[in-house]
Design a protein around this ligand. Structure first.
Ligand SMILES: Cc1ncc(COP(=O)(O)O)c(C=O)c1O
Length: 350
């Protein structure tokens, strides 16, 4: 190897964050554990079905299970389901989403030693599930303009599913149109309206499960059996606008790579490809974010004209956690600046 080959790897294991290249997805273990405990106080064990899509990591799922005793999980993609099965975290997995991929679903059920359940909302999704060994929940439209059948069609779909040999475990209805509303009273009323619709469907469907909810509504459910929250574990600045007891546990560490005192800005090496941007720009304590481009974020000088220095490392809080995590390959689990572990984001992709 030539002496100046910059790709040559070193054999020493990094022990501090400063030794790793940026951008870096940093997970504050104490904050994560605080969030796990705050949720488990209100929704212990089976009252919560943690949503894997928020963190996409079997290592984190295992940590959540071991700390709080939640043993059933929900997923948004077949990839997440497959990874959870391969990791043995498959006691009771729900694909809280529709799929038409019958073969892949059947293969997943064959590999799993536990229960695999899938949301269905049409004759087509029933046909995809039948004969695979998967059980089903009838997905009901409770107000979010996305998946789910009309509440009044739920009983008919359950009948059709049963006639195809499927076990119908109950209903699910995700009130995603309301989880982000910062007004708690409005959230409460919207949850009530959504659950009225889900209850109507449940009466017609039967089965032991009514699954609903998310981070913003986790404590507003007195009827649903389980809440499907995931963002509460890591949090983001969008959810931080709500009156929730959860704290920011993930930041993206970035390095200042360029400073222009004349123009009054500094640039860090994390941009659109390090953050989910649909809820807005990331936030950097002490600095105002001007804008993000592919691999850069430009920060403005403070009112006194001060700027960070080239080489400084800054922590950036994402506005939307799920897509942010999906851009990264691993969480660096840290206490302050000390690296404790790395947890692969092994459930990325579809
Ligand atoms: C089906 C479903 N359930 C629950 C949630 C709740 O997730 P969060 O914890 O982000 O509110 C989501 C988020 O989009 C979802 O799609």
């Amino acid at each position: 190897v030539p002496a100046d080959d910059v790709t040559t790897t070193t054999t020493t294991t990094p022990t501090t964050l400063a030794e790793l290249p940026t951008p870096l997805l940093v997970l504050d273990l104490r904050a994560l554990d605080r969030n796990i405990d705050a949720m488990a106080q209100v929704r212990p064990a089976a009252a919560l079905r943690p949503h894997v899509k928020a963190f996409k990591s079997t290592a984190m799922a295992r940590h959540v299970r071991d700390r709080a005793g939640h043993r059933s999980f929900c997923c948004a993609t077949l990839r997440e389901m497959e990874g959870m099965v391969a990791a043995g975290l498959d006691e009771d997995l729900l694909l809280a989403n529709e799929t038409l991929d019958r073969e892949r679903l059947a293969r997943l059920v064959r590999r799993s030693g536990g229960r695999v359940t899938v949301a269905i909302d049409s004759p087509e999704t029933i046909a995809a599930a039948s004969g695979t060994g998967a059980e089903v929940l009838i997905d009901v439209d409770v107000g979010l303009p996305r998946c789910g059948c009309r509440p009044e069609d739920a009983g008919r779909l359950a009948e059709l599913a049963r006639s195809r040999g499927l076990i119908v475990r109950g209903v699910m209805g995700y009130e995603g149109h309301t989880v982000g509303d910062p007004d708690r009273e409005r959230r409460r009323e919207a949850v009530e309206r959504s659950m009225e619709a889900l209850r109507l469907a449940h009466d017609a469907v039967g089965g032991g499960i009514a699954s609903a909810g998310g981070t913003g509504t986790y404590d507003l459910h007195d009827w649903a059996d389980e809440v499907q929250a995931g963002s509460y574990l890591l949090m983001d600045t969008h959810y931080a606008l709500l009156d929730l007891p959860f704290v920011q546990a993930v930041t993206v560490e970035a390095t200042v790579t360029s400073v222009s005192p004349r123009r009054g800005w500094a640039v860090v090496d994390a941009g659109l490809k390090a953050f989910g941007m649909d809820h807005g720009n990331p936030t950097v304590e002490g600095w105002e974010v001007f804008f993000c481009s592919d691999e850069h974020t430009t920060l403005l000088a403070d009112p006194e004209g001060a700027l960070p220095a080239v080489g400084d490392r800054l922590r950036m809080a994402p506005a939307h956690i799920d897509p942010t995590v999906a851009y990264h390959e691993q969480f660096v689990v840290a206490r302050n600046d000390e690296i404790l572990e790395t947890w692969p984001v092994d459930l990325r992709g579809w």
